[in-house]
Ligand binder design. Structure first.
Ligand code: PAF
Length: 288
């Protein structure tokens, strides 16, 4: 009979569901505190962020993962309701990756019913996902600022896949003088190239098989020389799919995120696409 080897679980991991519990835990925390903000449904991409946080925190520092499906960043109630919430599995991922503590508040713990302050970024959040998802980045900025304050983190790790979110959070830190270092983790992909996302589990099997096309289209386009050729190639490749609907497909300046008419500065080719109501994003850098 095969011996059953239980996974190594770090029994000491705490889970705080309230702000007061978190506060108590933080009193005993050793520095630096590195936060990985998530909405749960943790996959290997998140595991990469957690491992990077662990590396940065060192053995003695503290890694905190927040798990909070932030209603105020959803522009669509259906998307919020359908967002996966496999809490027990998430806790196991955190334990297996040596997280010190999880902050998992409920909505009412995070937001007062008469909440009247929202953080708005007014430049970088225009365009791209900001156009299709009105209010989304206000919700992100508001919750991220709250999570930074509540966890008193020294640094926080974010995935590069959400490059617009990353640029906006960096601006939040700069403009509000937050003493939090933003650490970037490169996009983690499935073997077939699809960017990992908590939404991937909602893809129908035919859609999942088709989805590597997104990255392939961007890479094929990246081989082209002019901005127009790049956009045309990406569109043609994506439109070969019988399922995909393009939300946006665009070239933007990597710094300002404003539309890039030529390739004179570092540029990003970015897209958001739908398989039915599942919205996926991806991008590549264009170097000339
Ligand atoms: O990227 C995400 O998962 C979310 O936008 C974040 C940063 C956890 C805020 O809710």
């Amino acid at each position: 009979m095969k011996a059953f080897l239980p996974p190594i679980i770090f029994e000491t991991m705490w889970i705080a569901k309230t702000k007061s519990h978190l506060k108590k835990q933080l009193n005993d925390c050793s520095q630096p505190v590195i936060l990985v903000p998530t909405m749960g449904a943790l996959h290997l991409g998140h595991a990469g962020l957690i491992d990077m946080a662990r590396q940065r925190a060192g053995k003695s520092g503290t890694v905190i993962v927040s798990i909070f499906v932030n209603a105020i960043q959803f522009d669509n109630a259906g998307d919020f309701e359908k967002y996966p919430r496999p809490f027990d599995a998430d806790i196991t991922v955190c334990q297996l990756h040596g997280v010190d503590g999880v902050f998992a508040p409920g909505h009412n713990e995070m937001y007062f019913p008469d909440r009247s302050i929202t953080v708005t970024e007014e430049l970088l959040s225009k365009g791209l996902c900001g156009d299709t998802r009105p209010g989304h980045f206000d919700g992100v900025c508001t919750v991220v600022l709250k999570l930074f304050n509540l966890t008193r983190c020294d640094a926080a790790v974010f995935g590069e896949k959400d490059f617009q979110q990353l640029a906006i959070i960096r601006r939040l830190v700069r403009d509000l003088d937050l003493d939090v270092e933003i650490i970037l983790h490169p996009t983690i992909r499935e073997i077939d190239g699809l960017a990992m996302s908590s939404r991937n589990v909602r893809l129908l099997s035919g859609h999942r098989k088709d989805a590597p096309r997104i990255r392939k289209a961007l890479l094929a386009a990246g081989e082209m020389t002019s901005a127009q050729q790049i956009l045309d190639t990406a569109r043609q490749e994506i439109e070969k799919s019988p399922y995909l609907k393009i939300d946006y497909l665009t070239l933007v300046d990597a710094e300002t995120l404003s539309p890039a008419a030529n390739l004179n500065t570092p540029t990003i080719l970015a897209c958001a696409v739908y398989y039915d109501d599942v919205r996926l994003i991806d991008h590549i850098g264009i170097r000339r």
